[in-house]
Design a protein around this ligand. Structure first.
Ligand code: UTP
Length: 408
């Protein structure tokens, strides 16, 4: 794309300011900026004008879960099936670590956060420790795929190298990088992060499988005999990845996907709820719920929409391959976006100042025909670190770590 074409394209979309500093750039920077403009997916701007978040959604119905009590009764059977699959290395794990952690405001990859008090315990390290525990039980390493973004890939890889992969066999670890999309202000104008750089943000945690395909990892997985992939977030320090009972129960259920869920703390808890939408598994976000849905009770007086997801899923690899080409909804998310103003000054906002566009892993659930909803005990498995203080913060996570007798 040359300058004239870029200018025309930007004018059509009301984004001429992207070239404001063009004449101050070196020829390399100019070329790079034109390349960035050429790769913008302009469809993202369509969602800015879509006002009704529930538009296009189907009919929701509650979906129960395999409860903790039911799981307890069948645990030996589930664990046996899980250990068999894990020993045969049929289950890979995908660590979603490409996010920016803007709410936490930590300037390094979130996995580098030290959650320890008496000793050092990084989030990445906590996950590896758990996977080493699984290796001890099953006798095999879990193939681990770590998704990063352009923003944190270098730091993440260097961190693992520097710490010797925390004792994990590095030949079982692969990193891959997710895609980026432009971030915009509240009027839909693209932010610039530098004079020659569009402010780009990672495109959400829903594109991970496509990024794996792009990175050539899927062929490699098939060759290795991997049949299932679990995917989980980096920021839940109690995350039990590939625990044999969950793996076994999902396999034995024959469902396309298994999803760990917890009972909601209250009607208005800000979690996505696993339910049925037009008869297919789906997740309804807390902000999409009507009062009627949020408050509805079943015959036992429990919330009808009671099971919130905790970003710990297990997918059939074949199903992921089959559905990889399907369109996924694009969400607009308010975020703090560092940018340069019209005079070229760098601004780091304290509060959200614009939108990012993301596809979300929770929308992958609706692509599946069947889902095992698998209840876990919140206090044992859900300690996400999202905020600096208050709800879902390092403080609340540490409380839960204490409760679980973790030495940290
Ligand atoms: P969150 O939705 O909490 O986003 O991610 P975040 O970027 O970590 O934090 P905020 O919203 O900016 O404060 C849930 C999980 O999905 C991953 C995160 O790394 C985390 O493990 N994620 C999120 C990605 O891998 N890529 C993304 O683009 C977004």
């Amino acid at each position: 794309m040359d300058y004239i074409q870029a200018e025309k394209l930007l004018r059509e979309h009301g984004q001429e300011h992207v070239l404001r500093f063009y004449n101050e750039l070196s020829p390399e920077q100019q070329k790079s900026l034109l390349d960035q403009i050429a790769s913008i997916d302009w469809r993202i701007f369509n969602v800015l004008t879509a006002s009704d978040v529930m538009a296009g959604r189907g009919k929701f119905e509650p979906l129960g879960a395999l409860t903790v009590e039911e799981i307890e009764k069948k645990k030996p059977e589930y664990e046996k099936a899980g250990i068999e699959a894990l020993s045969a290395q049929k289950v890979g794990a995908v660590l979603l670590a490409g996010g920016q952690g803007t709410r936490l405001g930590f300037d390094k990859p979130k996995g580098m956060l030290n959650v320890g008090i008496n000793k050092t315990l990084y989030l990445f390290e906590a996950h590896i420790k758990w996977l080493l525990h699984i290796k001890d039980i099953c006798g095999s390493f879990v193939p681990l795929y770590i998704m990063t973004s352009d923003i944190n890939n270098k730091d993440t890889v260097a961190f693992f190298e520097e710490h010797g992969y925390f004792g994990y066999d590095k030949s079982y670890v692969r990193f891959f990088v997710q895609e980026m999309t432009p971030a915009v202000d509240y009027n839909g104008k693209i932010y610039m992060s530098e004079k020659g750089k569009i402010a780009l943000s990672p495109n959400g945690n829903g594109g991970w499988f496509r990024s794996m395909l792009k990175a050539g990892l899927v062929d490699e997985m098939k060759e290795k005999g991997i049949e299932y992939l679990t995917a989980f977030s980096v920021d839940n320090v109690l995350q039990k990845i590939n625990d044999p009972a969950f793996v076994g129960a999902t396999i034995l259920s024959g469902a396309d996907i298994g999803a760990k869920v917890v009972r909601k703390a209250d009607e208005r808890e800000k979690v996505g709820v696993l339910c049925l939408e037009d008869g297919k598994p789906s997740i309804v976000e807390y902000y999409e719920m009507t009062d009627e849905m949020a408050e509805r009770r079943d015959e036992n007086g429990r919330l009808a929409y009671d099971f919130g997801v905790i970003l710990n899923y297990m997918f059939k690899l074949n199903k992921l391959i089959e559905l990889a080409g399907k369109d996924m909804p694009l969400h607009i998310v308010k975020k703090k976006i560092p940018y340069i103003d019209r005079n070229g000054n760098k601004i780091s906002p304290e509060e959200p100042n614009g939108y990012k566009f993301e596809t979300l892993i929770l929308d992958m659930v609706h692509l599946m025909d069947s889902c095992l909803s698998y209840e876990v005990v919140r206090e044992k498995e859900f300690a996400p670190i999202k905020n600096r203080t208050g709800v879902d913060s390092l403080d609340t996570a540490r409380e839960l770590m204490k409760l679980n007798g973790m030495d940290f």
